[in-house]
Design a protein around this ligand. Structure first.
Ligand code: ADP
Ligand code: MG
Length: 321
């Protein structure tokens, strides 16, 4: 069992940022509207995610650490189920390669805590806490030297964690996010922000006064978002974000499409910043090709590229460019 978990762990969790992504997605799945993330040493020493979601019943806490025990029943659309990725594997995988503390309390019930120390699960103990769930992951891969050696410096692990929080927070501007790293508050995003405000606060506050709004519909596909005016650009394309059906994804198509749209206004070595949200019928896209990277495969990439170029061009045009 533990060996199987350790093998699975390498697939689901390869670094602090991938564990963090799973924990935040669980908090979102639990309906939380407030999520607090605390990291130590880029998440290498510790990751803690606290949410105010529906919590876990006493009798189900131990189950959450068992492989393939998911409480998420397939009564949702089949696509939503597919996007959950490795169902019921995240917590057991993480718990097999770290010291994982799972504390949870449902509203009106008592709180309970369970520790899984590198696969060894201790008995459930009562704990006092606000309603919701808190998952702490200490010393990820500390006892798995073969995997620990693939980890980078605390600084680059931190950068990857920050990127995950930024992407998930842009996708869910209705949810409040707080991020602390080594005792310092790095992000504090109020819930219920407009998408524009959320994106500007995450990427660059100056974007608030230097952006265009993107909105385009074509053949059942919609594109919305915020993009910088051509006067506002960066030396890298690091702050170009794409979301497909509400999920942050990475696709090379974006950089090329953006370059095409801005070609008349921006030098080739400069890059606008933007966040684009694409909504398309589920049969047009395959999100989550691999659970740990969020990749995407479009049935018709040329159409999507065309949408992005047209959406951006039109937005720039309307802004008098
Ligand atoms: P999955 O999310 O694919 O179901 P996980 O291993 O990520 O698998 O989580 C296992 C189970 O633990 C979930 O199905 C859910 O019931 C429970 N769980 C995990 N995190 C939370 C949370 N933050 N709030 C409520 N329940 C949670
Ligand atoms: Mg999960």
């Amino acid at each position: 069992e533990t060996l199987v978990n350790r093998i699975a762990a390498g697939e689901v969790v390869e670094r602090p940022a991938s564990a963090l992504k799973e924990l935040i997605e669980n908090a979102l799945d639990a309906g939380a509207d407030t999520i607090a993330v605390t990291l130590r040493q880029g998440g290498l020493d510790g990751i803690a995610v606290t949410d105010n979601g529906h919590g876990i019943a006493q009798g189900e806490i131990a189950l959450a650490l068992e492989r393939h025990a998911t409480s998420k029943l397939p009564d949702e659309a089949i696509e939503q189920v597919r996007t959950l990725g490795f169902r019921g594997e995240a917590l057991p995988s993480i718990g097999s390669v770290s010291r994982l503390t799972l504390s949870s309390r449902q509203p009106g019930a008592d709180g309970w805590r369970l520790i899984c120390d590198n696969g060894a699960i201790a008995p459930l103990v009562p704990c006092a806490m606000p309603a919701g769930t808190r998952v702490e992951v200490d010393g990820l891969f500390a006892r798995v030297p073969a995997r620990r050696k693939f980890l980078r410096s605390a600084r680059s692990e931190y950068a990857a964690c920050l990127d995950i929080v930024r992407r998930l927070a842009m996708a869910r501007n209705d949810v409040s996010f707080v991020l602390e790293h080594d005792g310092r508050r790095v992000l504090s995003l109020p819930g219920g922000q407009d998408r524009e405000d959320r994106v500007a606060q995450i990427i660059d506050r100056e974007l608030a006064d230097n952006h265009v709004i993107v909105a385009l519909e074509r053949e059942g596909v919609s594109l919305a978002g915020v993009a910088s005016l051509p006067t506002f650009h960066r030396g890298s394309a690091d702050h170009q974000y794409l979301f497909v059906n509400g999920r942050p994804v990475r696709d090379r198509l974006l950089v090329g499409a953006v370059r095409g749209a801005y070609a008349d206004f921006i030098a080739r070595d400069r890059h606008p910043v933007l966040a684009l949200f694409l909504a398309l019928p589920v049969e047009e896209v395959d999100v989550n090709v691999h659970p740990a990277k969020t990749e995407v495969r479009f049935r018709d990439p040329a159409f999507v590229r065309g949408m992005i170029v047209s959406g951006l061009r039109r937005a720039l045009d309307e802004a008098g460019m």
